[in-house]
Write a protein that binds this ligand. Structure first.
Ligand code: SF4
Length: 436
């Protein structure tokens, strides 16, 4: 696997994390911002464009293209929102970045704001008191050092960051929902267009960038976009963080070059996954898909992962132990997702619940062959009629489990759990059909 040392988003094991402003500056922190404010915003944006950086929040949109939409707006008032809310609460990504490198996040936000012409930003995270205290201290240090405020590094650049916390479950991390939360409105996803880049916070052009995306900006501006592109793939440059869940309660955060295979990321977490200890790997978090061991050579890049049926999503790789029944696993996923749907769209609100109920019947030994047809139909209805990415991706656990682990479903329909682990949870079937 290529060396990741050149572009490290995390501190090396055993190395003290540069949490304070002094420690961060001793490691070369704020050099990029000092340099950027002597350039035009367009020049900074060009460097980000050269770097081929793609958003790490899940969709993989080219960062420079999204920034350009706001930069080109004629509106004088523009906003930046750093999304550090891990939608899947099992993810270690945002909280580790903020706990280890809060000043790299502040610098990344300042660089993005400078490039798009914004002077106000929000740093939005989950309601984690300890983390909020670390970030509050870092923000105060940056203000005291003249890195936030007026006349940053002797330039005319003015920039401030407001810390915002929310605890709104899975949907709290969704782009349009978090803007609603910041506006003080109900936490419901919004119809797009208009996109936040035209009509966001305070109804002004707003860019929402994931914290992992922004923390790359100091590296790109300080070392150049061309150097950044040397890691990763032709489509996606740089490194990517993944939370590896070992299936036994252990969680490890790893940093690998974009395009490293699933097996390489698991090895980076110290796991040798094979037929003797695992059935598959769920990729992308609660809405991700489950892939069989035969797919461990899939490169961890947006397109190949999606071609396999999963998503980069929340950046979680979850090893499913050998005794996992995929019917039970899928049912648990859909039960969780049914609770998390914001309920605005009928296909998502009703469909995900119906899928969970149908899976409960199959798990309980009261399923019928027609239930598989029903699940297949719902796996189209739900994404086709959903307003936001939640509904689009919510069916992935079912679609991939039925595709790669069809034997588990057939075994249950024939009255036996393939791993002997499932217990009945329903006494009757859902008889609903074509409800949408
Ligand atoms: S798809 Fe689901 S989560 Fe998204 S807006 Fe519709 S009901 Fe809400």
């Amino acid at each position: 696997m290529p060396d990741t040392a050149a572009y490290r988003l995390l501190s090396k094991p055993g190395e003290p994390a540069p949490v304070s402003v002094d420690a961060y500056q001793r490691q070369g922190g704020y050099v990029a911002l000092r340099q950027a404010v002597t350039l035009t915003p367009g020049k900074v944006l060009d460097e980000i464009r050269t770097a081929n950086l793609r958003g790490r929040g899940g969709a993989g949109v080219l960062t420079a293209e999204k920034m350009d939409l706001v930069a080109r707006s004629a509106e004088a008032e523009k906003y930046l929102i750093c999304n550090a809310y891990d939608a899947d609460a099992r993810s270690l990504i945002s909280r580790t970045i903020l706990a280890q490198r809060p000043h790299a996040v502040i610098e990344g936000m300042a660089l993005a704001a400078y490039a798009i012409g914004a002077s106000e930003a929000f740093l939005y995270l989950r309601g984690d008191k300890a983390l909020a205290e670390i970030v509050t201290t870092a923000l105060q240090e940056a203000r005291d050092a003249g890195i936030l405020g007026r006349g940053i590094f002797g330039s005319s650049f003015v920039f401030s960051i407001t810390l915002a916390g929310a605890e709104m479950g899975f949907m709290g991390g969704e782009e349009s929902t978090l803007i609603q939360i910041l506006k003080g409105r109900p936490a419901k996803a919004q119809q797009r267009p208009p996109y936040p880049t035209e009509y966001g916070f305070a109804d002004k052009p707003t860019i929402v960038q994931n914290v992992e995306t922004l923390v790359n900006l100091p590296l790109i501006v300080a070392r150049g976009g061309d150097a950044f592109r040397k890691q990763g793939t032709a489509l996606t440059a740089g490194t990517k963080l993944f939370t590896v869940l070992d299936g036994n309660g252990g969680a490890t955060l790893v940093e690998v070059p974009c395009g490293a295979t699933i097996a390489e990321a698991l090895r980076a977490a110290g796991l040798q996954v094979n037929e003797s200890n695992a059935r598959g790997v769920a990729v992308g978090g609660m809405e991700g898909g489950v892939l069989p061991l035969a797919q461990l050579s899939t490169p961890l890049d947006f397109e190949p992962v999606e071609d396999a049926g999963a998503i980069i999503g929340s950046g979680i790789l979850e090893v499913l132990p050998r005794n996992t029944c995929l019917v039970h696993w899928t049912m648990e996923r859909m039960r969780f997702l049914a609770r998390e749907s914001c309920g605005k769209c009928v296909p998502c609100r009703v469909g995900v619940k119906r899928m969970a109920g149908t899976l409960e019947g199959i798990e309980s030994g009261v399923g019928a062959q027609g239930d598989l047809v029903l699940l297949e139909e719902f796996s189209h209805y739900v994404p086709d009629g959903s307003l936001c990415g939640f509904g689009v991706n919510a069916v992935r656990p079912v679609v991939t489990a039925m595709k790669y682990f069809a034997d588990d479903f057939n075994a249950h329909l024939n009255g036996a759990c393939p791993t002997g682990t499932c217990l009945p949870v329903r006494a009757h079937r859902y008889a609903t059909k074509h409800v949408l």
